[in-house]
Design a binder for this molecule. Structure first.
Ligand code: 5RP
Length: 219
């Protein structure tokens, strides 16, 4: 079984957490499968709040109403992928560059269901380069601060986020204290947000694996 089949399996399993109402929807190849499954129950939901233009387009293509978060209020459930998860369900996200809107929608949701293939579960976050969204004029300044905390930032050239900003992918971090590092990086002037999701991590991690679907809870 390849990674995409495992992602698809996790995406289908997440449907059981959708009870109706307005669903928060993340971004990425795993979420694309989830959107396709969500379309099969679109008559049971009021609509979705999207974390990216790409997900919005895919949902509209399926005829799923996409709503403004300001009008939607607090959401019952948010479904999104991840680049890495540790066993506390602190995450690295932002491989697709949608981290800021993803963090907003996750923060506005009562329950965060993370869907991924089994390779994403790790003991310590940081092998996947940590995405950090940055205001363009602050790129060099932020990069210097990230070097001071031990990282090797690489500018994701030719990429602009949905918010008009740039991404630095930070290599060589060993993130043993995700909450502290999330706060430390968010405190650098010019950072919009970091791809560490620890202050608001996932509540449930659904993994597609060779042995079938596995559900992981924090701790
Ligand atoms: C996008 C994300 C994605 O959830 C993350 O990159 C995982 O992507 P995929 O499902 O394609 O493996 O954070 O910003």
């Amino acid at each position: 079984m390849n990674a995409d089949e495992m992602k698809k399996m996790a995406a289908e399993a997440a449907l059981t957490y959708v009870k109706g109402g307005i669903v928060g929807v993340g971004t990425g190849s795993t979420v694309n499968h989830f959107i396709d499954y969500l379309a099969t129950i679109k008559n049971k939901i009021e609509g979705a709040v999207s974390s990216s233009e790409v997900s919005t387009e895919r949902m509209k293509g399926h005829g799923i109403p996409v709503l403004d978060l300001n009008a939607a209020g607090e959401l019952d459930v948010y479904v999104d992928g991840a680049d890495e998860s540790d066993h506390n369900l602190s995450l690295i996200k932002g491989g697709g560059g949608a981290l800021t809107r993803e963090k907003i929608v996750a923060g506005a949701s009562k329950e965060f269901i993370c869907i991924a293939d089994g390779s994403k579960l790790v003991d310590v976050l940081g092998k996947f380069p940590l995405p950090v969204e940055v205001i363009p004029m602050a790129r060099s300044h932020v990069a210097r601060q990230l070097v001071k905390i031990g990282g090797t930032p690489v500018w994701r050239e030719d990429f602009i986020t949905d918010n008009g900003n740039v991404i630095l992918d930070v290599h060589n971090l060993e993130i043993t204290k995700p909450i502290e590092m999330e706060q430390q990086i968010n405190n650098i002037a010019g950072v919009v947000t970091t791809g560490i999701f620890a202050l608001r991590g996932a509540d449930v991690l659904i993994l597609g694996t060779e042995e079938g679907v596995k559900t992981v809870l924090p701790g």
